[in-house]
Design a protein around this ligand. Structure first.
Ligand code: 6PG
Length: 245
């Protein structure tokens, strides 16, 4: 783990990871709502956040989180309409937003039905208008693919080099498709970054990320380095692989 200067929590299994993530989400929501009058968070798509969504929608958590003061953004989006089966927004709507009392006006999705450049520009405007001068999210929750991509920052993709815009289009060769993604400047300005990875199929990516050659172009997750915030890996034993030995 020589490439790494953050914290790594190795949990027993995916359920424990989900529980820890939901607990940290709820605690941060209460803290920032009390201190700043609002809580700002970005969530990913994919399977990694599903357990956390489930817990946040349960009575235990849904009654704790100050949803009226919670603003939810997305780390990335597929270039599809919001009701498309592949939409990260649709997943979050079905598994979380539709089950908790969060105002629609507090949900900030990519307008992924627009042309990709316009959608990215609109999202940057949204980030700036909601966050104001402090473009630092309270928490950003990230998943990681087996190829160590995160958000929609894939290996060797153009948006890895985007150091000015907060959100950008990103053509992904191997998918043959455009994506929309937060960029490193936006991700790394967060007060807290939580990377969720669990399961045997992520062990290789975790090893590459933490012990492989330092090369964010090949391993985009390695470019996640908060400027002044904190970084936490929430992984389970299966994803930790030989770290547990
Ligand atoms: C997405 C996600 C993406 C995800 C990784 C991991 O749009 O799919 O935002 O970055 O976090 O692909 O996916 P899993 O969580 O499904 O392993």
């Amino acid at each position: 783990m020589d490439n790494y200067d953050g914290n790594i929590l190795i949990m027993a299994d995916p359920d424990a990871v989900a529980e820890e993530a939901a607990g940290r989400f709820a605690c941060a929501a209460v803290k920032y709502a009390a201190e700043a009058g609002r809580f700002t968070v970005a969530i990913p798509g994919g399977s990694s956040p599903v357990g956390m969504f489930e817990r946040l929608a349960s009575p235990e958590y849904s009654s704790t989180v100050p949803w009226q003061m919670t603003h939810i953004f997305f780390t990335d989006e597929r270039c599809v309409p919001p009701d498309h089966p592949d939409s990260n927004y649709r997943q979050a709507w079905e598994q979380l937003f539709s089950r908790v009392p969060i105002p629609d006006s507090n949900i900030h999705r990519f307008m992924a039905e627009l042309p990709v450049e316009q959608a990215a520009a609109e999202y940057e405007k949204t980030l700036k208008s909601v966050l104001g001068d402090d473009l630092s999210l309270d928490i950003i929750i990230l998943g990681m693919g087996q190829d160590t991509h995160t958000a929609s920052l894939f290996p060797d993709s153009p948006a890895l080099k985007e150091m000015d815009r907060l959100a950008a289009p990103n053509y992904i060769e191997k998918l043959g498709a455009d994506r929309l993604t937060l960029t490193y400047p936006m991700i790394n300005s967060s007060k807290q970054i939580i990377i969720i990875a669990f399961g045997q199929d992520k062990a290789g990516a975790v090893h590459e990320a933490l012990s492989g050659d330092q090369d964010p172009i090949k391993h985009p997750i390695q470019g996640v380095r908060p400027v002044y915030g904190r970084l936490l890996w929430l992984i389970d034993r299966a994803a930790a692989g030989d770290m547990c030995k």
